[in-house]
Write a protein that binds this ligand. Sequence first.
Ligand code: ZN
Length: 224
Amino acid sequence: MRIILLGPPGSGKGTQGGLIEKKYGFPRISTGDLFRRAVKKRTPLGKKVESVMNRGELVSDDIVIEVVRERIEMRDCKKGYVLDGFPRNIAQVHALKKIKPEQSEMILDIVLDDEAVIERLSARRVCSACGKPYNLLLGNSKEKDECDLCKGKLVSREDDRPDIIKERLRVYHEETEPLVDFYQREGIYHEVDGNGPVSQVFESISGILDKQLKQVSEITEALS
Ligand SMILES: [Zn+2]
């Protein structure tokens, strides 16, 4: 089972992917994490990725696909895995279809409108001294501008600035939304309401996943 998480920045894909991993044992694969690891390990791929990122460019489809293929072919992905941040465009969708084509796919699209995304992301802060993350909407700092742990100053991340959020959303709509049409036609698309608390969103996701896994196991049984 290949589970693909879609959703704009700030929709909580990473958090939900982590919860799926915990409950179902399917590893969460984030392309961002894979890149950071490759860079840190100084693998040939890591060096390529690093030079691209240092130039402020996006990593090319070919490189992304190679990194994902390597990860998917590892043993812990045999039963299933969750993709977070991949595929991002139609070219990547088709490339992914060629990797382990025998695996069944399902799409979970965490839907959140632009206004809610901007509200959520612009409320994010990080401690400038110790790096602890905060969200003013969740009220998880006692002082609005001070870190609870070290009294450091809370600041916005560079890519959470309103103009940059808008640009990230524009790119998301342009590149990723065509995927929705594609997967809908394949009949493997599921929409999840991304509003509301993390636990509520995960409840919707679990409901869809449980149903899907039951179907898959029935089919496997019928075939054996
Ligand atoms: Zn701090």
